[in-house]
Design a binder for this molecule. Structure first.
Ligand code: IMP
Length: 423
């Protein structure tokens, strides 16, 4: 069987967790392929809201294997907290959750280094979630990292000590004022590692290869969004992994020829958390309403998200890079009651009108050009069927489908599993 792929097309927080949860019934395996606890995948059902950071979003389904892939970076301390928060739901975690031996570990000193590096950047800071993501991927590409599989080797503590000591001298180099008690952090870390070690470690690429041979259905779950991709995002204001389709191949060991559907998730408007350019950002009552009604606060850090109109230039770019075959539009309900809606269809860039995402989209280079559309008044949150979608929303959807040349198959009208319209 082929592998389907689900990823975010904007700056993250598109609602991937909810859609993975909705789609999980169609899959035997849900596999996270990159990122780490910087992600906050939110799922809501039976009146309860769950936020997952490392664990794949299929975990609430009894017969689904949830795989943490080699491209993911794991903080055992956060992983342990996630496991604890799930323990009351009667999920057989030991059976349904497996971890790639090739996934890298986030050490306590990676988190400290993240904080020291950000502090040293002053106003130019990335706005990182400070979960140690950047320093851990740096150690991975620098060939210094510690992987889950190392925990099964005898000498890994020696390797750990050498790396942690090196990190401490790097923190000194930043002249950072951050205060820390490393031995306290390490006690917590080593205790959490014991919990992690009680789970099944696998050679995940082999596991997935066999699963495909046996005809199992697999959904690869992305984290963050395409515009935060280390290569194709708004560098340097990005995360440190490949959040785009290619990341699923390297983050799971799945061949490009095995990828079938690519589900691209986007919000009916745009949000961004952290620093970096955002051409369609709003500083008026429309943006304020999006943030308030959409409850736009980071699921991991609680920071308010910046809000703005939908940017089709950026969205088209993400659709192309990922080869999206089906789109899913989230949070249309948040725009109910807007008298007008704007969609950015091109940029004015260095005196010219362009329709592609240029190298630099800083405010001084780019002015968005908008198409204005009528808003919808209806409350969408109780709708369950495509026939109930108001005409003005259908017009919005048709306009986007024409521009993006990909069908919008799901319209999400609220955070709950049930608030999902299939088209
Ligand atoms: P880091 O990945 O924590 O280093 O953060 C780098 C940038 O990506 C910052 O602007 C973060 O706000 C952003 N970011 C990281 N993870 C997420 C996410 O899951 N959703 C939205 N933004 C994210």
């Amino acid at each position: 069987m082929a592998v389907d792929l689900l990823l975010g097309l904007q700056w993250g927080d598109e609602g991937k967790g909810k859609i993975v949860d909705v789609l999980t019934k169609n899959y035997d395996i849900i596999a996270r392929f990159q990122g780490g606890p910087n992600a906050g995948h939110t799922l809501e059902f039976d009146g309860i809201k769950h936020v997952l950071h490392t664990i794949p979003s299929g975990i609430f389904h009894d017969n689904t294997i949830n795989l943490v892939g080699n491209g993911v970076v794991i903080d055992p301390v956060i992983f342990r907290k996630e496991l604890e928060s799930l323990s009351k739901y009667g999920i057989d975690l030991k059976k349904n959750l497996v971890v790639s031996r090739k996934a890298h570990l986030i050490l306590p000193t990676h988190r400290l280094l993240d904080a020291a590096s950000e502090a040293s950047k002053g106003k130019a800071k990335i706005g990182s979630t400070l979960k140690g993501i950047g320093p851990t991927y740096m150690d991975k590409t620098g060939r210094n990292g510690i992987r889950v599989g190392d925990l099964e080797m005898k000498d890994w503590k020696k390797k750990y000590r050498a790396l942690a000591n090196k990190h401490v001298s790097m923190i000194d180099f930043y002249h950072s004022e951050i205060e820390f008690d490393l031995s306290e952090l390490e006690t917590e870390f080593f205790e959490a590692l014991e919990i992690l070690q009680s789970y099944t470690f696998i050679d995940s690429e082999e596991f997935l290869h066999q699963a495909q041979k046996e005809g199992k259905t697999i959904l690869a779950e992305g984290a963050q969004g395409s515009l935060l991709d280390i290569d194709f995002g708004t560098y340097p204001y990005v995360t440190s992994s490949n959040t785009t389709a290619a990341g699923a191949c390297t983050g799971l060991g799945v061949s490009p020829s095995r990828i079938n559907e690519v589900f691209g998730i986007f919000k009916a408007y745009t949000t961004r958390v952290g620093s970096g350019p955002f051409p369609t950002e709003l500083f008026d009552s429309y943006g304020e309403t999006m943030g308030r009604v959409g409850n736009e606060f980071g699921a991991t850090t609680g920071r308010p998200r910046r809000c703005g109109w939908l940017d089709l230039v950026a969205l088209k770019y993400a659709v192309q890079i990922n080869g999206v075959t089906q789109l899913m539009m989230m949070k249309g309900d948040v725009l109910s009651g807007f008298d007008k809606l704007k969609v950015c269809t091109s940029y004015k860039y260095k005196g010219k009108v362009i329709e592609h995402l240029p190298y630099n989209i800083e405010e001084e280079n780019v002015t968005p050009i908008y198409t204005e559309m009528k808003g919808w008044k209806d409350d969408l949150t109780t709708m369950t069927d495509a026939s109930q979608i108001p005409q003005t929303l259908n017009d919005y959807i048709s306009f986007l489908e024409k521009e993006l040349e990909v069908p919008i198959k799901i319209v999400s009208v609220g955070p709950d599993r049930t608030q999902t319209i299939h088209r």
